[in-house]
Design a protein around this ligand. Structure first.
Ligand code: COA
Length: 262
């Protein structure tokens, strides 16, 4: 029997069945770019899933053609997250601290936080059309979600520099090679694979899952939290600086940004 929880924000759909809460980004017309309201809905869904003893696993999924275009750039212009309790940071801390297993099913582009959130997921299954990018520098910003710590750790410093300084995208094969992705499948099979793996986890003792995840993460949990906070201070400041304003305005005006004067 399925139980559809209608979160107030319909761009995020939360569905719980057989011990698995599935959070779906459902704003395909805007390429699943994420607004403050969507971050708030996802943060709330994580709080609910953590507290509900019947929930053992969370799955994030997007659409077969797009995982997420990252933060909504109009929101960046008009409703910048300026404090540590802004919905985006509530979501990031909720995900990073989430005690139960989290799986992501990723198809199509995963931009910005669409990629950085994956470093906090325990398992990532990807469609063969998945592509990853963290173009913060191209937007006059800096990394978030502790990606300045976790990306070099996983990919090695020089590959991280291509991704974070040059803002170059990388394809799903590279993501598999560095260990960001567990398995590549045809896009139409990614969600089903994520659900099948979630069901396997949901059949295991929750106490063991929670303790194993805690132990795997405990070595640097405090450091990750501190890095998210430090990045948020810089990110919040840079959002209102000239480089970012030029990048956002250029995106909205569908032109290339001109950083020559900033
Ligand atoms: N914020 C707001 N709107 C966005 C968006 C975002 N992050 N990403 C896409 N959109 C909008 C586009 O402006 C476009 O709107 P329009 O129909 O009014 O023109 C619509 O969604 C479709 O996007 P489009 O760029 O035409 O789709 P695409 O398939 O050609 O490209 C992406 C998909 C994801 C590669 C591309 O949209 C993109 O690079 N988006 C910006 C990503 C970004 O820089 N995010 C911030 C990271 S911090």
């Amino acid at each position: 029997m399925s139980d559809l929880l209608n979160t107030p924000n319909t761009d995020i759909q939360t569905h719980t069945e057989a011990g698995v809460t599935t959070i779906t980004l459902n704003r395909v017309s805007r390429k699943n770019s994420i607004t403050a309201g969507m971050y708030a809905a996802m943060a709330d869904a994580l709080v609910t899933a953590a507290a509900d003893a019947s929930v053992r696993v969370v799955v994030f999924q997007g659409h077969e053609t797009i995982f997420s275009a990252g933060n909504d750039i109009g929101d960046f212009l008009n409703a910048s997250p300026s404090t540590q309790d802004a919905p985006v940071f509530r979501f990031l801390h909720g995900l990073s601290d989430f005690p139960k297993p989290v799986i992501a099913s990723v198809c199509g582009p995963a931009v910005g936080i669409g990629t950085t959130m994956l470093f906090h997921c325990d398992l990532v299954y990807a469609g063969d059309n998945a592509a990853f990018s963290m173009p913060f520098v191209n937007l006059g910003l800096c990394p978030e979600a502790a990606s300045s710590l976790l990306v070099p750790q996983m990919m090695g410093y020089h590959r991280a520099a291509e991704a974070l300084l040059l803002g170059e995208p990388f394809m799903v094969e590279a993501a598999l090679e560095v260990g960001l992705v567990n398995r590549i499948v045809p896009p139409a099979q990614a969600n089903a694979l994520a659900q099948a793996q979630a069901r396997k986890l949901a059949a295991k003792p929750l106490t063991s899952l929670i303790e194993t995840k805690r132990l795997m993460k405990s070595g640097q949990a405090a450091r990750v939290t501190a890095q998210i906070k430090e990045e948020a201070v810089s990110f919040g400041r840079m959002l209102s600086e000239p480089a970012a304003r030029e990048a956002f305005t250029a995106f909205m005006e569908k032109r290339k940004p001109d950083f020559s004067k900033v």
